[in-house]
Ligand binder design. Structure first.
Ligand code: FES
Ligand SMILES: [Fe+2]
Length: 373
């Protein structure tokens, strides 16, 4: 397609959003080589509690051991390969037993039971432990890395994107100690990058989320807008970020008084959006499920004192976010529908309102065009 000359920056070409070969490369070079966030430790407080997640095409079991340590394993029995835990979350009683031939593993991954295998067979159990996956924690967030010998998570977080994220407000409100109040999984018919890009700009906020712009002010012009920094705040007369605008919980204790009305967020590449406002932190993790399918796990985190209260009900703030996420879903799915069109063969453009999308595009191009070390 011929395109008029412009000073605007080009987006990724359309095929980056549907081509199975590009998807496979991303799975290999991004999702199998970078640290990928799969949730918050608050969801797994007790020994035996587990969750399963797909990372880089692998189903992975994250489980808290009897020693309270969190570990991650490929969710595959070493006998004949049965998936061990089929549910998204659950609680194990001290071990995990394969339902096919009852091989049993400790929560530390050691093979501890192999019914009816005779001594003559010389089965060396230590050689058939579950295959471990690298796991690191950062402020309560659980990160996995499928690489053989991955660099420390801290290195990836330092590199950040797009302009060196400032995590200070999240650290001040004790992100690692917060408790989940609600979790929702959203399935969207989009390529994962469509959702990242949607969250890297608020140019769409006024047309897509008019209600949001009446609740929290729209971003100020791009030259003052450092991404999702403190560019938006609660509108006058609005007490809290809830469906009624009224506060039902106090603000997060760690926030500075001048931060309590700010909406503040960061994207942590490749798959996290963290936002904080007033009394809640929202953690969204993005999980590609195919070239045009993405699972978005949203967890709303609150002060533990608020969650322990008998009348705790997070839905006043969750319902507001859910409403905005549905609006984003609708428009992002419209984007995905157009990616195969010849009109988008060479992509579109970013305006100055969307300055951070260029950094994300370059991140993708760098990852895909560089050979794996
Ligand atoms: S496949 Fe798991 S015990 Fe046989
Ligand atoms: Fe949006």
């Amino acid at each position: 397609m011929e395109r008029a000359k412009t000073f605007l920056t080009s987006t990724l070409p359309g095929r980056y959003y549907y081509d199975p070969e590009i998807y496979a490369l991303e799975q290999q070079r991004i999702f199998s080589h970078m640290w990928i966030c799969v949730g918050h430790i608050g969801a797994l407080p007790d020994p035996g509690m587990y969750q399963t997640t797909i990372v880089g095409g692998e189903n992975i079991l994250v489980v808290r051991g009897q020693d309270r340590k969190l570990r991650a394993f490929l969710n595959v029995c070493r006998h004949r390969g049965t998936r061990l835990c089929a549910e998204a979350t659950g609680k194990l009683k001290g071990s995990v037993q394969c339902r096919y031939h009852a091989w049993t593993y400790g929560l530390d991954g050691q093979l501890i039971g192999t019914p009816n295998v005779s001594r003559d067979e010389q089965l060396e159990r230590t050689a058939f432990s579950l295959i471990p996956v690298a796991l690191e924690l950062w402020e309560g967030l659980i990160w996995l890395n499928l690489a053989e010998d991955p660099p420390p998570l801290a290195k990836q977080l330092e590199e950040g994107l797009p302009a060196g994220p400032d995590f200070a407000p999240f650290l001040r409100c004790g992100l690692g100690q917060l408790k989940p109040g609600k979790t929702i999984a959203y399935k969207m018919r989009i390529n994962w990058k469509v959702f990242v890009e949607n969250n890297l700009e608020c140019y769409h906020c006024r047309p897509v989320h008019p209600e949001l712009c009446n609740t929290i002010l729209p971003p100020i012009p791009h030259e003052e807008n450092a991404g999702l920094r403190k560019s938006v705040k609660l509108a006058d007369g609005v007490e809290a970020y809830t469906i009624t605008g009224k506060a039902s919980r106090p603000p997060l204790p760690g926030l500075l008084p001048e931060e309590r009305r700010d909406f503040y967020g960061v994207i942590m590449v490749p798959n996290v959006l963290l936002t904080v406002i007033y009394d809640r932190v929202s953690l969204q993790t993005f999980h590609p499920q195919g070239p045009d399918a993405t699972l978005i796990n949203s967890t709303w985190l609150f002060d533990p004192v608020a969650v322990a209260s008998p009348d705790f009900d997070p839905m006043d703030t969750v319902a507001l976010d859910d409403f905005f996420i549905q609006q984003d879903k609708e428009v992002c799915e419209l984007v995905q529908l157009a990616m195969r069109s010849r009109a988008y063969q060479s992509g579109g453009v970013y305006t100055a309102n969307e300055i951070h999308l260029g950094s994300f595009r370059d991140f993708i191009l760098n990852k895909l065009e560089r050979e794996i070390e």
